[in-house]
Structure formats: structure tokens, C-alpha cells
Ligand binder design. Structure first.
Ligand code: LIP
Length: 273
């Protein structure tokens, strides 16, 4: 373990834990008959024993090496201890695509400390893609450096949009309407974390979700910032337990994305008369 740099040691663990967790989740994904699905808030908000077992695996890996760290996970909540480092875990982000057999899901692990995004790791097992970022050291995809370009804009790229029962449908519709009316185009795959990783990799020019949870977005925010993109300061603006909007973009799309979000708040959508 890198005793000289405790944050770096945690970053290394995040990568190995994400891979181990991803292999367990992938085994369930390949054997859907083993998955027992339960509803959370409604039939669109699901959880399975796969989510819980994967989060347990990650928590045990962290506890074995860093027993005094604080952990927040989607399935088992947050402990209230005081600690220098906090881990924020989504064991299977994209649970809906996961249970429907769609390979748009990932393991998301973030490390935060004192309002800083120290590390972000997102592993997409179906594509065998490991996105990793460490504060001040850049971001990588399967160890290849990621660097975003000014030339990717809303006009020539895709904007990821997240939506859920937590957001009024008209708010989502107004943004999508405004985006498409401006000449842009949207995509939603059901995994906010994976789409945030795609922004860091330059596959999406931006990602916006009017309400997202901390465990869905903090790893992706770290990745995007380290890849040269822009994000709102989710940690500075929202409580870890309640969440809020996530707004992220590459350097060529930031201004237009912010303008579209502002415009969409006032747009009136006229249906066919
Ligand atoms: C999902 C998020 C996504 C959001 C979905 C859901 P989960 O997380 O990644 O951005 O739109 O409603 O919350 O529940 O699959 O871990």
C-alpha cells in the first residue's frame, strides 16, 4: 500500500474493487434467472440482490484496508462517522437497463475529502472499460489518457439527458424540446454514471440531469474535471443525502448547455392544436 500517499492507495483500491465488483455483477447479468427484482419507489425504480451483494463486496474491500473511512452506498446508506475520506458507491448504476438485459450499466466508486473530488472510478464490465481519475493527475480509459476538445459542440455532438420519477415530466420535456429545437440531439441510456463517463471520454459533449443522487454522479464529475471538462460543484451545492442537478460539459459545449437549461425553464411547449 502506498503509505506515502494515502489518497493514491485508496485510488488503487477503488480500481481493483470496481473490477471485482463488476465481475460479480456481470455474472448476474449473464444469468438473469438468478436476479430477484424488488420495487423501490415504483416499478421504474428497482433493486435486486445483485445490487446489494455488489455493494457488500465493495464495502468489505474498503473496510479491510481503510476501516476508519466513511462509506455512503446506494443500497445500504451512509454511516455517520467523521472521517477524512468518504467513499460514495453505486454498485450497479443503471439498474433498470441491467435487469432488462441491456448492457448500459456500470460500477461507480467516488472518493471525496473536504469538498474535493479526490478520485473517481467507473467500470463498465460489458465493454470491459475502466474509467479512472485522480485529483490533479488526469483521467484515463483503460489506462489511455482522456483529454476533451473545444471542437465538440452541442451542434455536432450528443447531449446525455437523465430523467426519473424524481423530476416533473414537463421539466424534462422542456429541456429536450429546447435542445432539439436548437439543433442538438439527446440520448438517455438509464445510467447517469456511465453517461458521465462518456462525457469524460468525449463520446457525449454534455450530460444534464435535473435531479441525480450523489452515488450516481460523483465519480463521473471527478472524471470529467480531470479530463478537462466542466461540471457544477455538486459537493458544494447539495447535501449527499438529497442530491440535486448535475450539469456537465466538454469545453466546447458548456456555454450553450447552460443557455439551453436557462431557456428551457421558460419555454412553452405547444402541442398539435
Ligand atoms: C439511475 C441513474 C440515472 C437516473 C435513474 C437512476 P440507478 O441510478 O444513474 O441517472 O436517471 O433514475 O437513478 O438507480 O440505476 O443506480
Amino acid at each position: 500500500m502506498n503509505a506515502a500517499n494515502p489518497a493514491l492507495a485508496r485510488f488503487e483500491l477503488a480500481k481493483t474493487a470496481a473490477r471485482s465488483a463488476g465481475e460479480l455483477a456481470l455474472d448476474y447479468f449473464r444469468h438473469p434467472e438468478r436476479i430477484r427484482i424488488e420495487e423501490k419507489v415504483n416499478a421504474q425504480d428497482m433493486v435486486s440482490q445483485a445490487d446489494r451483494e455488489v455493494e457488500t463486496l465493495i464495502r468489505e474491500a474498503i473496510g479491510a484496508q481503510f476501516p476508519d473511512d466513511r462509506i455512503i452506498g446506494e443500497e445500504f446508506g451512509m454511516d455517520d462517522r467523521e472521517a477524512e475520506y468518504t467513499w460514495v458507491i453505486d454498485p450497479i448504476d443503471g439498474t433498470s437497463p441491467f435487469v432488462h438485459g441491456i448492457p448500459a450499466w456500470c460500477v461507480s466508486i467516488a472518493l471525496i475529502a473536504g469538498g474535493r473530488y479526490v478520485a473517481g472510478v467507473i467500470f463498465a464490465p460489458c465493454a470491459n472499460e475502466l474509467y479512472a481519475a485522480f485529483e490533479g493527475a488526469g483521467a484515463t480509459l483503460n489506462d489511455r489518457p482522456l483529454r476533451l476538445s473545444e471542437s465538440d459542440t452541442v451542434a455536432n455532438g450528443l447531449v446525455g439527458v437523465g430523467g426519473s420519477h424524481r423530476v416533473p415530466p414537463e421539466e424534462l420535456s422542456r429541456f429536450v424540446h429546447t435542445l432539439v429545437q436548437s439543433g442538438g440531439m439527446f440520448i438517455r441510456n438509464g445510467s447517469g454514471a456511465l453517461m458521465l463517463a462518456y462525457v469524460a471520454a468525449g463520446r457525449l459533449v454534455a450530460y444534464y440531469e435535473p435531479h441525480i443522487n450523489a452515488w450516481d454522479c460523483l465519480a463521473g464529475i471527478c472524471l470529467i474535471r480531470e479530463a478537462g471538462g466542466w461540471t457544477n460543484d455538486f459537493l458544494g451545492e447539495f447535501d449527499l443525502a438529497t442530491g440535486g442537478p448535475v450539469i456537465t460539459a466538454g469545453p466546447g459545449a458548456r456555454e450553450q448547455l447552460l443557455a439551453l437549461i436557462e431557456k428551457s425553464a421558460t419555454v412553452k411547449i405547444e402541442g398539435p392544436s
